[in-house]
Design a protein around this ligand. Structure first.
Ligand SMILES: Cc1cc2nc3c(=O)[nH]c(=O)nc-3n(C[C@H](O)[C@H](O)[C@H](O)COP(=O)(O)OP(=O)(O)OC[C@H]3O[C@@H](n4cnc5c(N)ncnc54)[C@H](O)[C@@H]3O)c2cc1C
Length: 297
């Protein structure tokens, strides 16, 4: 089925885009991978759409003022996945992005569109939250930013106001003692949406003891779940089987699981701790090269 007719508006600033969105009670268009299929299915039938493609400064990956990395909202998932700085400094993000759909979708889908979509099954928010990302929002009323874990509010519900545009995502500097892993479990085909995804980012000290760790589950609940109490268990400890199991047990009390075609609430509750334990052990096994080399000296 074709896409219904609409008028495409092409502002050149995000403030103008914000005003047009309010005036026409419509939404912005980025890569179109989500919107166009919704329009084809007649789930959404706007008279106007506001394209973000002519707004400068929304794309690309660049060093952030904080010393970390700034990713523009219009950067495609694939361009971020293969960016040299992302591959070398944030391999957890590159690994996670490589698990999304297929290369064709990833060359169109954007980082801003992915987050704004607010689907609880999205893969990238897990890694971004584990890495401590902040999201920048802008509108005709001004700019603001918030921790990404505070952006997701409920089932397809985010903290973004209707007239706000996601401008980008900022990642704090990485630590060369840190390592991570994204474990995506799919119950149908391998290139499918996750049944449950687990992103782990851990920082160990020189003697192999954990200093801090963040564990985030995606697709398991209505919003990405950043497990609480992980540092209390792992801080000062090596990530052993027993320690990883204690962290995995946290999911029992914190996960209010959601049912979908990939798994029942019972199934997701059962599989989530298994994946958390495996993801933690794999992240700990992936010792950064720098740490191993220093230990040898
Ligand atoms: C076949 C297929 C398989 C997929 N599999 C996966 C998967 O395995 N894992 C996964 O994580 N995702 C998956 N996706 C989803 C995909 O990641 C999202 O559709 C995509 O990231 C949305 O980005 P977009 O740029 O195309 O957004 P669009 O379709 O352009 O927009 C999506 C929503 O975001 C809003 N929006 C877009 N940009 C902004 C912005 N900068 N500021 C404010 N609002 C904005 C739009 O108004 C719209 O509401 C899949 C999609 C397809 C089509």
């Amino acid at each position: 089925m074709g896409v219904p007719r609409f008028e495409l508006l092409e502002p050149v600033t995000y403030e103008e885009a914000s005003r047009l969105i309010s005036a026409h009670e419509t939404i912005p268009l980025a890569g179109g991978t989500a919107i166009i299929s919704m329009m084809r299915q007649r789930l959404f039938n706007p008279s106007h759409i506001v394209s973000l493609h002519k707004i400068s400064g929304l794309g690309g990956v660049s060093p952030a003022k904080s010393g970390g990395l700034s990713i523009g909202a219009m950067a495609t998932l694939r361009s971020v996945e293969i960016h040299p700085a992302v591959r070398s400094q944030y391999p957890l993000l590159s690994e996670t992005l490589s698990s999304v759909a297929n290369v064709r979708v990833r060359w169109s889908a954007t980082v801003g569109g992915n987050l704004a979509h607010g689907d609880y099954r999205l893969d990238p928010p897990g890694a971004l939250i584990a890495l401590g990302a902040r999201v920048r929002l802008g509108s005709a009323r001004g700019e603001r930013e918030l921790q990404l874990e505070d952006f997701f509010r409920g089932f397809f519900e985010t903290a973004k106001e209707d007239d706000e545009i996601i401008l980008g995502v900022d990642l704090p500097p990485t630590d060369e003692e840190a390592s991570g892993h994204y474990l995506k479990f799919t119950s149908h085909a391998s290139a499918d949406w996750p049944c449950v995804g687990v992103a782990v980012y851990i920082k160990e000290n020189f003697s192999g003891k954990c200093e801090s760790a963040r564990v985030v589950l995606t697709a398991a609940a209505q919003t990405p779940l950043l497990l609480e109490g992980v540092d209390e268990i792992l801080s000062g400890e090596a990530v052993t089987e027993a320690a990883a199991q204690k962290v995995a047990d946290l999911t029992h009390s914190q996960l209010d699981s959601i049912e979908d075609s990939s798994g029942s609430t019972w199934y997701k509750r059962e599989i989530a701790p298994v994946l958390v334990r495996r993801a933690l052990l794999e992240a700990a096994r992936r010792k950064p090269k720098a740490r191993d080399e220093r230990r040898k000296n």
